[in-house]
Design a protein around this ligand. Structure first.
Ligand code: Z5A
Length: 261
């Protein structure tokens, strides 16, 4: 029987609060009896994290938009093959900080790469895999940049202009309108707690909607899972623990088809 893992992505501009809210989301889903794996893009695998370092390094200033896009999808291919698909197949609910919507927003909107080309890569790398739910934290550019600015040295993206981030935001909003079934739009200009409460209510009604046998089966999977050596590494992966988790994943080459319940 197919195990009902679900794929949830969190998107938003610079400083939208994705990392902060993703930790709350994970906690909420786990309290609802679900097995959750949190991850991020670009990254989520040892190779993906190396690619991320290249992509974010200010030393790579001036990287061609095509190169940037292909690197995003190279990291994604690795992430899907080694982490996301196996986790979904094993019944995990995968919570991902950014996914392909970010490519449409940043490389499409921000850099001006054609959406058709991004669509071709999406088909090639993902096949028919798309997020089941995408929470878009919409933050005004000034507020987001101010928050991100508190963090110290800016990465290669954070050095972009306000107009770049306005284009990114516009594409996210267009996509939210275009895919209302999948997207939930949240005003992230508000305080952390208010955003958290709204996301919790979104998750609650989404769980309610899924309901029935799918949710019961997902919970049963958690209750009856026979834990393999690799599973704790996946299950305990939280945004703040990426380096630790990646270290463990490296020790677990069987995170993949051998990852079974
Ligand atoms: N990128 C791409 O171009 N194409 C792609 O396909 C993909 C990614 C997948 C790295 O992503 C870069 O990769 C990203 C796009 C590009 N570059 N940019 N920009 P990332 O997600 O790792 O990097 P990020 O967007 O820079 O994340 P971030 O700045 O860390 O933002 P965040 O995770 O959304 O925010 P946070 O860490 O939760 O919060 C930031 C600070 O604000 C922190 O001090 C919080 O306490 C504070 N905060 C959060 N929420 C609030 C609220 N509501 N009120 C007040 N303060 C808040």
């Amino acid at each position: 029987m197919k195990v009902p893992g679900r794929f949830i992505t969190v998107e938003g501009g610079e400083g939208a609060g994705k990392t902060t809210q993703l930790a709350f989301m994970r906690d909420y889903l786990e309290r609802n009896g679900l097995r959750v794996m949190a991850t991020r893009e670009p990254g989520g695998t040892a190779l993906g994290e190396d690619i991320r370092t290249v992509l974010l390094s200010p030393r790579r200033d001036g990287m061609a938009a095509t190169t940037e896009t292909l690197l995003m999808f190279a990291a994604r291919a690795e992430h899907l093959e080694r982490v996301v698909r196996p986790a979904l197949a094993a019944g995990h609910w995968v919570l991902c900080d950014r996914f392909t919507d970010a490519t449409y927003a940043y490389q499409g909107g921000g850099r001006g790469l054609s959406f058709e080309r991004i669509g071709l890569l999406e088909e090639w790398v993902q096949g028919d895999l798309r997020p089941d739910l995408t929470v878009l934290l919409d933050v005004s550019v000034a507020v987001g940049l101010e928050r991100a600015g508190r963090r110290g040295a800016a990465d290669r993206f954070e050095r972009e202009t306000v107009r770049f981030f306005e284009r990114v935001r516009a594409v996210y909003l267009e996509r939210a309108k275009r895919y209302p079934e999948r997207y939930r739009l949240v005003n992230a200009d508000r305080p952390i707690e208010m955003v958290r409460i709204e996301i919790q209510s979104i998750l609650a009604s989404w769980l309610e909607r899924i309901g029935g046998w799918a949710l019961a089966l997902a919970r049963a999977v958690v209750a009856t899972a026979s834990v393999t050596r690799c599973q704790p590494a996946l299950a305990s992966c939280v945004a703040a623990d990426w380096p630790a988790w990646l270290g463990q994943a490296d020790l677990c080459p069987s995170v993949g088809p051998g990852f079974v319940v």
